[in-house]
Design a protein around this ligand. Sequence first.
Ligand code: NA7
Length: 539
Amino acid sequence: MASETHIYDTIVVGAGVAGICQIKHLADNGFDAILFEGQADLGGTWFRNRYPGCRFDSESYTYGYRFSQEVLDEWHWKEHFSPQPENLKYLNFVADKFDLRKYMRFNSKAESFVWDEAKRLWTVTLTTGEAFTTRYVISCLGAMSIPTLPKAEGIEDFKGEWFHTYNWPDEPVDLTGKRVGIIGTGATGIQVIAEIADKVDTLTVFQRHANWSMPLNNAPISADEMDDIRARYDDIFEVCDQTHGGFNHMPDRRGYENVSEADRIAFWDELYDRPGFALLVGNFPETNLEETANRELTEYVEGRIRARIDDQAVADKLIPKNHSFGMKRLPLETSYFEAYNRDNVELIDLLEAPIERVTETGIKTTAQEHELDLIIYATGFDPITGGLNRVDIRGADNKALKDKWHSETTTYLGVLSHGFPNFLMVGGPQSVSGSTNYPPAIEMGVDWVTKLLVHARDTGKTRIEAPKEAEDAWTKEVIKMQDRMPFAKIKSWFTGYNPNAKAEGTSDFRYNAYWGGAPRYKSTLEKTIANNFDQVDLD
Ligand code: NA7
């Protein structure tokens, strides 16, 4: 296969929220850059996840990019929690407004990045066999881009239609009259179940562990309301920038103990009806951090859920037993619990009767066989490092990044990794992309990466590497911040766990995200920029 002889300054891989933002900043700063995307078009997560009910659960106006005042002025978010088709339109609007498609090549899946120390260049090879040479590679591969299926026998034997939610078909799927089975009740499963329960003949939900969930309280945004939001953008961002997770809900600092129980309940009633993550992050911080407060809030939420479910035996199954409120990624829902009041919806508890195998006609648990026409796998992703591990990334001495990270993920600020010169990650492991509102985290990463490349260019440097000591110090900080979190011992993708993707002989717990919060992360990045990246080896 022919290969280009041209040497790029930068190759970006991935045209999702991160890649679009990164290529714009590279173009603005005069870098000769190209972007490769494996999918047929841009959008990443919002290109792929086309399942019914897919939408933000960050407020839309906190999810959009901040880098362009024009975009902020021109874009009208139609709902407080915008749905996938609209989010994809938004990303296309941004790309087209700045004419970014001309830098992008689609259906161009990266297979390997190989570092040549003598030339200080990377070779990026695509699955087509084409190879390209570049000074820098920037990975924008996404935190949730590798869907995982259960390790169950017979998945391929099923004669009906089946797919992972990430690969929901582009053409509309006719659910009418179908007996549908869905496996998984995480953030995705909860969105799908609520949306399709009244559109199918029967819906059989295969649940292993139940999740806490609370109302999204979505609503449309009129033109007048959008004008008001535009006028308040600065204030909204100021709130987001002060909060740990980057959401526009200020915690209540009156002190949990200083408020009477009756007033706490009245406050929680109010938060339960507010949009978004209010009950989780607009609450007393003690409810996340201290056992007594967390227990009381958990009991409160249990009461709210039970009140919405007719059959308390079903409610028993929907109340999580292995974690308390807020200790895993909290899904937000619209009429999710009410779905179980419908005659056509059945909840199967896989802890009582695990899946034995998928058959030609359905799913067989140890208790019975369920005949199905369609199976939906809402079974999650190989989180955060999954996309990077699927590319053969060879740094100094031909060492593979996947091998380096086999037992422990280590990075410098979640952007660089020692032994992999001129390789940068936006939305990478150990940044705040996996632990806070995604796009503001992305913009922090893009800003840092772009400034580092400009600094290298301005100072005549052609080789960038994180020293081992700097990486060790950052990894230590990442471990410290995760271990102090109350959820540190709960298995979920927050703690890097997915049994469907876990490598043999590795720990159940990984340090894949930085849990020190968006403000602390941002100020760390800003300090390193102010110090001219003095902790990075530049040559
Ligand atoms: P999650 O949050 O990882 O949820 C996956 C769900 O699938 C969860 O309920 C799992 O149950 C279930 N699961 C996974 N494997 C199996 C097997 N083998 N058998 C039965 N059930 C299984 O993924 P989502 O897509 O919902 O959300 C991912 C993130 O993407 C989300 O947080 C957003 O930030 C975007 P388990 O709890 O492991 O028992």
